[in-house]
Design a binder for this molecule. Structure first.
Ligand code: PBG
Length: 329
C-alpha cells in the first residue's frame, strides 16, 4: 500500500526498467514471410507494402543468406503464379517443378539449416482467387481438402519442414496429417492457421500475389464462408482445439493486433506453440502513417511486436522481422 509501495521505483531508469522487463523481442521469435515470383533478377517492390518485395529464385537465395546472417532462422514461403497457370482446381500447386517446389529447394540449397514453412491454400493458383475449388457459387470443402493434402505432400517431398494450411477448410489438418504419414513424411510439421478471420487487413497481400477473389457472377466476392467472422471468440477456441486433435503442431491466430484478445485466450487454453501473423494491412498502416511523419516507425513497430508477444505469441510472422532485428542490433 502507498506510501510503502511506490510502483515508480521500478520505472526510474532504463537500467531498472530493462531488469524487470517481462517481454523481450529477439530474432528467434520471427517467421519471415517471403514472396516468390518467376523470372531472373526480379526484385519488385509491392506498391501497398513499401520496402517489401517479390523475389525471383536467384534473389531468394541472396535474401535467405542475409536473413540467416541476421539471426533469422525461419521463413514462410508464398508464390505469385502467372494467370495462365491458374485454374479452378489449382492444378499447378501439385507440379513437382512448380515455383513453390523450386523455392523450397532454393532456400534449402542456399541455407540448409533454415526452417522452411510453406503456405498451403489454393488462392494463388485459383483462377477464381479462392482458397478452395468453386462450384455453383460455393467453395467445395472435401474436394478442396484432397488437393490441399496432395499439395502438402508435394511440399514435403521438395524439402519443406512445415506446411502451413491457411485455407480454413474443415478437416484439412487431419487429411494433411494422414497424407504425410501415408507417404512417410513423419517429421513434417503442420502449422495450422486455426483462427483465421475474414479480415479486410489482407488487401496488400492479395496485391502482392494477385490473388484476390475475382469479380464474376457465381463466384463469392469474399471469403466469409470459410474464414471466421471477426465478431466471434468461442469459435476460435473450437477451431484451434480441433486442429490440435487433428494433428497440428503449431496453431496460429491471424491477423495480429486486432485479435490479441483471441491470442491470449488461446494461449491460456492450449499447450502447443501459438503463432501470430501480423498481416500485410497492419504493415501497410504503419508504413503509411510513418511515411507521412505522423508516427515514429521504429517505436510503433516495436510497441506492436512486443504487444503481440506479450499477448501470448511464441512465434510472430511479420514483414517487420528484418527491420526489428536491425534495431535490436
Ligand atoms: C491465403 C493467405 C492470405 C494471407 C496468408 N495466406 C490472404 C487471404 O486469406 O486472402 C494473408 C497474409 C497477409 O495479409 O499478410 N490463403
Amino acid at each position: 500500500m502507498y506510501p510503502l509501495i511506490r510502483n515508480r521505483r521500478l520505472r526510474s531508469s532504463e537500467a531498472i526498467r530493462s531488469l524487470v522487463r517481462e517481454t523481450i523481442i529477439s530474432p528467434s521469435d520471427f517467421l519471415v514471410p517471403l514472396f516468390v515470383v518467376e523470372g531472373k533478377g526480379v526484385k519488385e517492390e509491392i506498391a501497398s507494402m513499401p520496402n517489401y518485395y517479390r523475389l525471383s529464385l536467384d534473389n531468394l537465395t541472396k535474401e535467405v543468406k542475409e536473413l540467416w546472417k541476421m539471426g533469422l532462422r525461419s521463413v514462410l514461403l508464398f508464390v505469385k503464379v502467372p494467370d495462365k497457370l491458374k485454374d479452378n482446381q489449382g492444378s499447378e500447386a501439385l507440379n513437382e517443378n512448380g515455383l513453390m517446389q523450386l523455392a523450397i529447394k532454393t532456400v534449402k540449397n542456399a541455407c540448409p539449416e533454415m526452417l522452411v514453412m510453406t503456405d498451403v491454400a489454393l488462392d494463388p493458383y485459383s483462377s477464381y482467387g479462392h482458397d478452395g475449388i468453386v462450384a455453383d457459387g460455393q467453395i467445395l470443402n472435401d474436394e478442396s481438402v484432397e488437393v490441399l493434402a496432395e499439395m502438402s505432400v508435394s511440399h514435403a517431398k521438395a524439402g519443406a519442414d512445415f506446411v502451413a494450411p491457411s485455407d480454413m477448410m474443415d478437416g484439412r489438418i487431419l487429411s494433411i496429417r494422414e497424407a504425410l504419414e501415408d507417404e512417410g513424411y513423419l517429421n513434417t510439421g503442420i502449422m495450422a492457421y486455426s483462427a483465421k478471420y475474414a479480415s479486410a487487413f489482407y488487401g496488400p497481400f492479395r496485391d502482392a500475389l494477385d490473388s484476390a477473389p475475382v469479380d464474376l457472377k457465381n463466384v463469392p466476392k469474399d471469403k466469409k464462408t470459410y474464414q471466421m467472422d471477426y465478431a466471434n471468440r468461442f469459435e476460435a477456441i473450437r477451431e484451434t482445439q480441433m486442429d490440435i486433435e487433428e494433428g497440428a503442431d503449431i496453431v496460429m491466430v491471424k491477423p495480429g493486433l486486432c485479435y490479441l484478445d483471441i491470442v491470449r485466450e488461446i494461449k491460456n487454453e492450449v499447450d502447443v506453440p501459438v503463432a501470430v501473423y501480423q498481416v500485410s494491412g497492419e504493415y501497410a498502416m504503419v508504413k503509411a502513417a510513418t511515411e507521412r511523419g505522423w508516427l515514429d516507425h521504429d517505436a510503433v513497430m516495436m510497441e506492436q511486436l512486443t504487444a503481440i508477444k506479450r499477448a501470448g505469441a511464441n512465434i510472430i510472422a511479420s514483414y517487420f522481422a528484418k527491420d526489428a532485428v536491425k534495431l535490436l542490433g
